[in-house]
Design a protein around this ligand. Sequence first.
Ligand SMILES: [Zn+2]
Length: 422
Amino acid sequence: MLRAVVLLLISVAVGLTVGELDHGYKGYHIYEVTPKTLEQSQLLHQLSLDGYDFIKEGRLLGHSSRVIVSPAQFERFVKLVKSEQIAYTLLNENLGASIDEELALLKLQRRMNPITGKGRLSTERYYTHEEILNYIDDLAVRYPSRVFVKTVGWSYERRALKTITITNGDQRKGKKLIFVDGGFHAREWISPAAVLYIIDQLVEQFEQNADLLKDYDWIILPVVNPDGYEHTQTGTLARMWRKTRQPYGACYGADPNRNFDFHWNEEGASSSACADTYAGPTAFSEPETIVVRDLMHSLSDRGVMYLTLHSYGNYLLYPWGWTSDLPDTWEDLDEVARTGAEAIENATGTVYTYGSSTNVLYIAAGASDDYGFYAGFNVSITMELSGAGSIGFNPPVTRIDEFVTETWIGIRAMAEKIIEKY
Ligand SMILES: [Zn+2]
């Protein structure tokens, strides 16, 4: 409130409205950059450490990364890529306009097509956290012998965190388990959308997926970071928010995927509260990551696979993320990830790169996939979903269906492999 008043006073003093102070990503560009040498790759990584926002990042030579470049960063960026001869393409010359368009459409869809919480959700739009909770609550009412919803905790802003457990209804004790979550990073809207599609397949399309529930239950937490997710739907400036929303001094939130207490804050995380990869003041400083931690420990004795959905970049990643060393069972992890990648490529031609997080992306300690593996899940996978070409960060609503069905092909294949192996 105080900040708003101060902004208002400043804006009145310099003759601007508050709206004009909101840069709204006006004039922000998105570039695709492709390093061909190790030196180029390291220079680009240095930009990410210097505050350039990479919405897709990888270290493999010949693989493209995508970066948001603000007007203030523009000169240094262009100078660098030109002088170092790094291949670059302009993908979006006005991120602000793309975001405005996306948010206006979201508003219109909500008005034209309000969700009552009854019946199936279409893949024609992105949903609010409340709509998602209403949907899973309704499933539990409609399928009382197979679907169970439980409140497992609360976000910092007191939004309910609910899991949906999907079974085949046989109530057999000691079944094995697959744990899936989404919505760790607020702006990655395609992640909860893909989670909703998994739920739809396992519940509404039960007959054709019964093999996946014969000896396994699935527990799904659709939105780990609902405060951040809701924040990204409130306006242009908030659209690219990534973290949670707990205040830290003048800044907000920690990166929930750097907040887990396993080699916490050793590498690839920031100690600055304003940074996008802020590890938090301590491990498990965020109520949302405590919920995931407690779920993992309570499920790990029968939990075989932990799968967490992010976007974007077409990656299937397994531990470790805190070191370039590989776990003893890395060949099993690699086999599962490869199975998912091959299934997707055979079906749609989309190429997913698979490997350990550190070796394919960059070293980043304190992530949930490392913690899940450490907590006892045999297989732990981070899936970075497909991106949306040139127009912005998320797939446009017209392409949600294409992306979530493709994602499901990979997840289904990995689940079949898990069931065969364990
Ligand atoms: Zn993410």
